[in-house]
Design a binder for this molecule. Structure first.
Ligand SMILES: *[C@@H]1O[C@H](CO)[C@@H](O)[C@H](O)[C@H]1NC(C)=O
Ligand SMILES: *[C@@H]1O[C@H](CO)[C@@H](O)[C@H](O)[C@H]1NC(C)=O
Ligand SMILES: *[C@@H]1O[C@H](CO)[C@@H](O)[C@H](O)[C@H]1NC(C)=O
Ligand SMILES: *[C@@H]1O[C@H](CO)[C@@H](O)[C@H](O)[C@H]1NC(C)=O
Ligand SMILES: *[C@@H]1O[C@H](CO)[C@@H](O)[C@H](O)[C@H]1NC(C)=O
Length: 268
């Protein structure tokens, strides 16, 4: 279970927050990455550096884990957490532009966390939140007018309190489907096409189960649904396929009729 907590220790943050406030924490950017995939965590200085030789950059995860260092313009592997060995890179040809973005390859579940890029010369910290997406399992199927349960649950059980439970469901990245805010259902932001068609299971929340039931399925409900488990920096995605039902059966008959006629003609 070591990997679960690598970047996700609450303790470190409580201790370090007062220190961070001294420094200008300019921005919070959110980046999503797929397990096994790659991401670019952006970090740029306010102005291009005067000399590349003068640059010192510390990339850390959750204020604690050493991810990547640039020391006086040179890449330094010293003290780097072994978890990031051969997976993290910066782009030396970009340093002169003040671009110290971090590329992270072969993403793992345990990479989720808040990454800090500390630009020492400018006393600036850029913070990038990295959410990890678990690739979709088998698609869920539904019929027009019917219902379907879209699964979303924590891959590993851990004790939860309602305070921890903030979850957002989205359709095709854009449409807002459902929100659970600190354990409470909220449909304030819900897109009107989902009005009165959604349900979650509050008695399951504390088990880490935030599955969504969708009623009265429409043809255009097809697509990808993402369940953002905010406190865990985790995304579960699921594909919903809508069976064509009666409509496609009649289309098939229309296709078969000319085919049969041709066959009959050929055999006559
Ligand atoms: C920084 O460099 C990376 C790698 O070349 C590039 O993909 C990214 O767009 C650059 N960022 C900016 C702000 O120029
Ligand atoms: C949703 O249900 C409520 C009460 O059950 C009803 O008043 C409202 O008109 C419904 N909205 C839609 C868009 O069907
Ligand atoms: C989550 O809850 C739903 C509704 O009760 C249930 O159908 C589903 O099997 C549960 N999923 C898990 C992983 O327990
Ligand atoms: C999906 O189709 C229904 C009617 O079939 C329509 O009312 C709704 O606006 C459509 N939704 C989107 C997102 O286009
Ligand atoms: C969502 O995306 C799928 C394809 O990925 C598309 O078939 C569907 O119409 C889209 N639905 C909406 C409401 O954008």
């Amino acid at each position: 279970m070591g990997d679960v907590m690598r970047c996700r220790t609450e303790l470190c943050c409580i201790v370090l927050v007062p220190l961070l406030m001294v420094i200008n924490e300019a921005s919070l950017v959110t980046v999503e990455g797929l397990i096994g995939g790659s991401v670019l965590l952006p970090c740029s200085s306010e102005a291009p550096p005067i000399t590349v030789q003068g640059i010192t950059i510390n990339w850390k995860c959750d204020d604690r884990v050493k991810v990547f260092d640039i020391n006086e313009g040179k890449v330094s592997g010293e003290g780097q957490d072994p978890a990031y060995k051969n997976r993290a890179e910066t782009f030396p040809e970009e340093y002169k532009n003040g671009n110290f973005s971090l590329g992270l390859n072969n993403l793992q579940y345990s990479d989720r966390g808040k990454y800090q890029c500390y630009i020492v010369e400018e006393s600036i910290i850029r913070t990038v939140e990295l959410l990890i997406e678990v690739p979709p399992q088998d698609p869920v199927e539904g019929d027009i007018g019917g219902s379907a349960v879209l699964p979303c649950s924590l891959p590993r059980k851990r004790p939860l309190t309602t305070e921890d439970i903030t979850v957002t469901w989205k359709h095709n990245k854009t449409l807002q489907v459902f929100d659970i805010i600190k354990g409470k259902v909220s449909v304030k932001e819900q897109d009107s096409v989902f009005r009165n068609r959604t349900e979650t299971f509050p008695q399951e929340y504390l088990n880490g189960n935030f599955s969504l039931k969708l009623y009265n399925l429409q043809h255009n409900d097809t697509g990808f649904y993402k369940c953002y488990i905010t406190n865990e920096l985790l995304i579960q995605s699921v594909k919903l396929e809508i069976n064509q039902g009666a409509q496609s059966r009649s289309e098939k008959i229309l296709l078969i009729v000319p085919f049969l006629s041709v066959s009959i003609l050929l055999f006559m």
